[in-house]
Structures are given as structure tokens and as C-alpha cells.
Write a protein that binds this ligand. Structure first.
Ligand code: NDP
Length: 450
């Protein structure tokens, strides 16, 4: 799609010129700006206040060296990042990704998306993201600890409970958050809610581990109910990935009456026609940190297939991509549509390529974009921040009930915005617009200092 609005066209061309080769970042910016055409057409003050020019430029992008010593006594050097994208509505908030593919483009795309996602939760949190090209896979606990401590030694200068509160993401789970929190406390001599996703014994929130996967299913259930008078009951579900988001999406989809038949990792996927036995998956992935193919050695009748993209050939009613960006392309979308999929919701960030998303929308498949469908994780992180500030812990049921309310509201706010701006039912438009309006309003009130 080409921009019809001259202001948006000009801004996007400048973003392209300023960020050459940053394909993930450009993809994310383009998708959001396309959705904002009816908004900037209707209200010229976004242009006169330079809101779009400003919202596409991070307030701050920090890049730093992370050196650490491996188990053989060799010095290793990784690159660390923190992108503090937008603080108009609250302290920067967003996860830390540890994966070899991490670079400025990936961190900026994630930070940019986070602005709108965090706004959609209705909670006071700005947008940020960070990480490193360090790969925790195959590293010993000692190596992971030394890396995390070195990473936090620099990051601690830039974050704080009222400034910037990082969390987990790919490769950053409870173990990594624990090592980082310990190092922050050691360096600053203060016990504050500077990170979320913490262990329950030192300020973590119940239901945070489950939140992104559960939230994605609450969103999907509401979308099915309101747009198709349907639910998870009796539906066949395919979920990609087998990390934090995929595991808890599987748990909630099953509780809501669906049958999850497939999961994957970056090597391949498993198919279990009887429905995935999640206890086995949790043992392999959460306890043993093993590979998903191991499932077939433990569950009779299950199949393993090499290559992760084949998972989308499995016929299903509901598909939840929960692994990584651009994992579901146009031809996978064609196959899913041909096989009769009725709903797709993004548990991962930007897992569907733009042409895949467009195909789903055109075919009338219900489509929940990431910034709406996976906002449950960051929403619950914000609830963890509230509990830390109060120095209280809420029950699992209390947090889960709040999470459900938030996801239901995100669906309705996105749906209503899609209707108000002339694209009824297109939740890509709806989520981008609903997320944008609050941030833009706050930016207008706060003036043009940065
Ligand atoms: P994890 O590291 O726990 O799990 C990621 C999973 O995806 C692993 O099973 C990994 O397999 C798999 N994977 C990676 N690349 C591919 C691929 N190309 N095809 C299939 N599987 C693949 O991460 P999370 O579950 O936390 O995050 C998953 C996604 O959800 C990310 O996009 C993240 O940004 C997003 N997200 C996460 C939130 C959270 O609360 N955790 C919140 C909001 C969004 P392998 O072991 O082989 O690498």
C-alpha cells in the first residue's frame, strides 16, 4: 500500500533515509503509519504538532559493550542495547531479548511496537525494548550469570523504577531476570521494582509467567465471541514455538475447550492428534531446557517433523503464532485459509509478514495483531510494578481477573476504533489507532522539548 496522505509519506521517506537497511523497524513503522491515515486526515493538529515526526524517532538509543569470561577462561564480547522509545504516558517499559539475531533494527522495531501496545493496556507505561546478541543456548549457568551481571553493570546507569523498567523476552526468563536484579541491587544498594518477571520470593507477581499466553487466549476468545459468535470449544488449535508464550497459550486454549495439536521450536515441530500433553512439554522445556523433538520419545503416537515452517500445513480452526517475527508468510497464510482457519492471533511480536496479515483480513479470517493480542504480558508487568510500589502481593485469582478484563477491553477499544475510523473489524487498524491516540494526546500536552 502506498501512502495517500502527503504528511505520512514525507515522514516515512525520512524514516527510510535515516534508518537504511533496518528492515524490521521499517516494516513496523510502515504498518502503523498506514493505519494512521484516517486519523491524520481528520485532525490536522497531529501534523502541526509534528507528532508523527517525533513518534518514529526513539527518545534515546543506548548501545554498549558487554564483556564477560566463559568457562574456559576466554574473554567474550557481546553488544547490548536499550531503546527508550517513548515516555509520554509513563516510564519506558519493555523486555530484554537475548538472541544472536538482536541488532538495532530488531530492538527499534520491538520498542516502537511497544509504545502502542503499552498504551492499549490502559496502564501508565511508555515504550522501550532492549537486549543483546548473546545466545543463552548451550551456555552454563555460570556463563549466563556472568553475562547478565556484566550486561546490568552498564544498563543500571540508564534504568530505574520510575524511569525504565525492563522485563523478559526471548532468551530472558526467570533465571536471567534473577541474575540481573541481583546485580542491580548490588550496584545501587536499593531494592526497588526495577525489573519485572521477578521470582515470587523477591517481588514477582503471581500469574506473570502465564500472562502473555493466557492473555492471548482471552483476547482470541472475546474476538471469536463478538465477531463470530464462536469460542475455543471443540476447536483444533495450532501454536508455534514452545517457550513461555506458547506453553501458557496451550494451557489456556485447552482450559477454554480447544485441542492444541502442534508446537514447534526453531528446528522443527511436533504433531499430536490426541492433543498436546503439556506436562511433558513443561518438563522438557522448563525443567530440562531440552528440544521439542524429545516429546515424541515420551508420548506414543506423536510425530516430529524437521523444519519449523511446516507447522502451518496442519489443518486447524485457530492458529496462534507464538515464536518469533516473520515466522508466518503469505504462502503459509494461503494454506491456513485453504484449510479453513477462522481465527489467527499473534502471541509473538510481528510473527505474520505484512502480506500474510493482509491475506487473513481479506479472506475474512479474524485477525488479532500482536500489539493487542499479546499485551497481557506487559499489562501484568505493570501490575507487578503496582504491587512493588505498594509492597504487597495480590493473589493469582486477583491478577488473572485483572488480566482478563484488560484483554477484553483491548479487544473492544481496538474494535471500536476500527469502526470509528472506517475499517470495521480490521483490528490492525483499530489497535494501531487506539494505541496511538492516547500517546499522541499526551505528547501534545507536554510540548515539543523532545
Ligand atoms: P522464549 O524464548 O521463551 O521462546 C521462544 C520460542 O520460539 C522457543 O521455543 C524457540 O525455539 C521458538 N522459536 C524461535 N524461532 C523460531 C522459529 N523461527 N520457528 C519456530 N520456533 C521458533 O520466548 P517467549 O515465549 O517469551 O517469546 C516468544 C515471542 O513472544 C517473541 O516474539 C516475544 O517478543 C513475544 N512476547 C513475549 C512476551 C513474554 O511475556 N514472554 C510478551 C509479549 C510478547 P528455540 O529454542 O529453538 O529457539
Amino acid at each position: 500500500m502506498e501512502f495517500k496522505n502527503a504528511y505520512l509519506k514525507k515522514v516515512y521517506e525520512k524514516v527510510e533515509a535515516r534508518n537504511p537497511g533496518e528492515k524490521e523497524f521499517l516494516q513496523a513503522v510502515k504498518e502503523v503509519l498506514e493505519s494512521l491515515e484516517p486519523v491524520v486526515e481528520k485532525d490536522k493538529s497531529y501534523e502541526t504538532n509534528g507528532i508523527i515526526d517525533r513518534i518514529v524517532e526513539p527518545e534515546r538509543l543506548i548501545q554498549f559493550r558487554v564483556s564477560w569470561v566463559d568457562d574456559n577462561g576466554n574473554v567474550q564480547v557481546n553488544r547490548g542495547f536499550r531503546c527508550q522509545f517513548n515516555s509520554a504516558i509513563g516510564p519506558y517499559k519493555g523486555g530484554l531479548r537475548l538472541h544472536p539475531t538482536v541488532c538495532a533494527s530488531v530492538i527499534k522495531f520491538l520498542g516502537f511496537e511497544q509504545i502502542f501496545k503499552n498504551s492499549l493496556t490502559g496502564l501508565p507505561i511508555g515504550g522501550g525494548k532492549g537486549g543483546s546478541d548473546f545466545d543463552p543456548k548451550g551456555k552454563s549457568d555460570g556463563e549466563v550469570m556472568r553475562f547478565c551481571q556484566s550486561f546490568m553493570t552498564e544498563l543500571s546507569k540508564h534504568i530505574g523504577a520510575d524511569t525504565d523498567v525492563p522485563a523478559g523476552d526471548i532468551g530472558t526468563g526467570a533465571r536471567e531476570i534473577g541474575y540481573m536484579f541481583g546485580q542491580y541491587k548490588r550496584l545501587r544498594n536499593e531494592f526497588t521494582g526495577v525489573l519485572t518477571g521477578k521470582g515470587l520470593s523477591y517481588g514477582g507477581s503471581l500469574a506473570r509467567t502465564e500472562a502473555t499466553g493466557y492473555g492471548c487466549c482471552y483476547f482470541t476468545d472475546e474476538m471469536l465471541k463478538c465477531m463470530k459468535n464462536e469460542s475455543f470449544k471443540g476447536k483444533t488449535v495450532v501454536i508455534s514455538g514452545s517457550g513461555n508464550v506458547a506453553i501458557y497459550a496451550t494451557e489456556k486454549a485447552t482450559q477454554l475447550g480447544g485441542k492444541v495439536v502442534a508446537l514447534s521450536d526453531s528446528n522443527g515441530y511436533i504433531y499430536d492428534a490426541n492433543g498436546i500433553n503439556l506436562d511433558v512439554v513443561k518438563q522438557i522445556k522448563e525443567v530440562e531446557r531440552g528440544r521439542i523433538k524429545e516429546y515424541c520419545n515420551r508420548v506414543e503416537g506423536a510425530e516430529y517433523h524437521e523444519g519449523c515452517s511446516g507447522i502451518w500445513n496442519i489443518p486447524c480452526d485457530i492458529a496462534l503464532p507464538c515464536a518469533t517475527q516473520n515466522e508466518l508468510n503469505g504462502s503459509a497464510a494461503d494454506t491456513l485459509i485453504k484449510n479453513g482457519v477462522i481465527a489467527v492471533a499473534e502471541g509473538a511480536n510481528m510473527p505474520c509478514t505484512p502480506d500474510a496479515a493482509e491475506k487473513f483480513v481479506e479472506a475474512g479470517v479474524l485477525f488479532g495483531p500482536a500489539k493487542a493480542a499479546n499485551a497481557g504480558g506487559v499489562a501484568t508487568s505493570a501490575l507487578e510494578m503496582s504491587q512493588n510500589s505498594e509492597r504487597l502481593s495480590w493473589t493469582f485469582e486477583e491478577v488473572d481477573a485483572k488480566l482478563k478484563d484488560i484483554m477484553v477491553n483491548i479487544f473492544h477499544n481496538s474494535y471500536n476504533a476500527s469502526k470509528e475510523y472506517g475499517h470495521e473489524g480490521n483490528l490492525i487498524f483499530g489497535a494501531n489507532i487506539a494505541g496511538f491516540l492516547k500517546v499522541a494526546d499526551a505528547m501534545k500536552w507536554q510540548g515539543v522539548a523532545y
